[in-house]
Design a protein. Structure first.
Length: 198
């Protein structure tokens, strides 16, 4: 396994660790809150950094593999849904945006399996890239809101920040639906599924 794929695997290991770190104060008691926040922020930065690095290294060093093409988007979905489970569980992420994003991600996995069976790759589009960026930004806002609420609970901008966070999550959900729609459109236009037995 090459370095980019090892970095991808590391994301799939760190995501459950982030979930555990996030839940520690709920499982034990609030005295663990500071440790939890620091651990979550460190793991979040590492996950996002490895996401950035594995793609850069794979392209620059010509280490793109079939395994990496499948595993990288899976690791992205795995880690970001972990973020959203954490943030929705404490009411920071609106539940409706979480449900839409989960439905979208599972639907995309299903479509990708169909297309892989036909040997067809559907390229990324602007909505897919926008969705990925908004996922990351919304997670940053959510985790930082938790950190600021803990260390500076009287900060005057927290109320406005909560409104901004809701807007960012809504935009992420909208971008996820738009990217799914363009993906479905590309699949239908390719005609790859016309001859599939039913």
């Amino acid at each position: 396994m090459n370095l980019p794929n090892k970095l991808t695997v590391s994301r799939m290991v760190m995501a459950p660790l982030l979930f555990v770190a996030f839940q520690i104060p709920l499982w034990l008691d609030s005295s663990w809150q500071t440790f939890s926040i620091i651990a979550v922020l460190v793991l979040f930065v590492l996950i996002e950094a490895t996401d950035l690095l594995d793609g850069i290294i794979a392209r620059r060093c010509h280490l793109v593999t079939d395994l990496g093409k499948v595993m990288d988007p899976f690791a992205d979905t795995f880690s970001r849904l972990t973020y959203f489970v954490c943030l929705s569980s404490v009411g920071i992420m609106p539940l409706w945006t979480f449900v839409i994003i989960v439905w979208r991600e599972f639907s995309i996995v299903f479509l990708r399996m169909l297309m892989m069976g036909k040997g067809v790759a559907v390229p990324a589009n602007i909505w897919g890239k926008s969705k990925a960026v908004l996922y990351a930004i919304s997670a940053v806002f959510g985790f930082m809101f938790i950190a600021i609420s803990h260390w500076a609970p009287k900060a005057v901008f927290l109320t406005e920040t909560a409104v901004v966070i809701n807007i960012v999550f809504a935009l992420a959900a909208i971008a996820s639906v738009a990217s799914f729609a363009t993906y479905v459109s590309a699949v239908l236009k390719s005609g790859s599924l016309k001859n599939m037995s039913r």
